[in-house]
Write a protein that binds this ligand. Structure first.
Ligand code: ZN
Ligand code: ZN
Length: 248
């Protein structure tokens, strides 16, 4: 796949899908205001506030590269990667941060459907051709699920799966314990900490390649830990996320 062309085309396709009213949350995910009937998924003015990932992008994690002409971003060139390729939809700017915060902490579950469908709009062609057996959401701990009552990555995965006609299996990876505050850890320690907190769960026979889905991708440590654990079980991974942090 030509990454540069693919990313630019994905942004245009996604914008067209939204304008056409392809995505229908009850409220505008950007401003939180109600949408009038026939207005589509997002207010027209609010659409312009979404920052789609555009070329040039890292050929591994898909984030926009801002410095020079390198093929990989800083994190991907300095850390192991056991996923084949990550597909990010939006840059994690203030607008995306607010959408994710509403989804995670203010019970705006409809935003997950919006984000999952947005990801499908961006990467339908690439993901359809990737021969994926099922979608695996990045797991959260049971205590966090009790507090929040849902796993936002799983809700996003459900919407994406529906769009791509792919099954979602939230039991393949499980989070067996909570992680420490990641900000206090360096890159290597962060990866080790997450690898120790996630383990393989119930993997059905015949699963050879999966798509791991998360809401936010920052350093890639969580996605890498998930892909590594599956790789140990002989399973290949693609990855997809609603938002991705910027390159350094
Ligand atoms: Zn709006
Ligand atoms: Zn990268």
């Amino acid at each position: 796949m030509n990454n540069t062309k693919g990313t630019a085309a994905a942004a245009v396709t996604a914008a067209a899908g939204i304008v056409a009213g392809y995505i229908f949350p009850p409220v505008c995910p950007v401003c939180g205001g109600l949408l009038a009937s026939g207005e589509g998924a997002v207010h027209r003015d609010c659409l312009d506030r979404l920052s789609f990932v555009r070329a040039p992008a890292c050929s591994c994690c898909g984030r926009q590269i801002i410095t020079g002409h390198q093929r990989l971003c800083y994190d991907c060139s300095h850390s192991p990667r056991h996923f084949i390729r990550n597909f990010p939809a939006l840059n994690y700017d203030d607008t995306a941060r607010r959408i994710i915060a509403d989804l995670k902490y203010r019970n705006r579950r409809g935003h997950a459907a919006f984000l999952g469908r947005l990801m499908a709009c961006c990467y339908r062609e690439e993901l359809a051709g990737a021969h994926i057996d099922c979608i695996v959401p990045v797991p959260i701990s049971e205590s966090r699920r009790r507090d929040r009552r849902y796993n936002q990555a799983e809700l996003i995965a459900d919407a994406l799966g529906e769009e791509l006609s792919l099954p979602v299996n939230p039991h393949i990876l499980i989070r067996s314990k909570k992680t420490k505050a990641m900000k206090e850890l360096g890159a290597g320690d962060r990866l080790t900490e997450i690898k120790n907190a996630i383990e393989a769960g119930d993997i059905p026979d015949g699963i050879k390649r999966v798509l791991i889905v998360d809401d936010i991708y920052t350093t890639g440590a969580t996605m890498e830990a998930c892909a590594y654990i599956l790789w140990q079980k002989g399973i290949e991974s693609y990855a997809a996320c609603a938002c991705i942090g910027s390159d350094y």
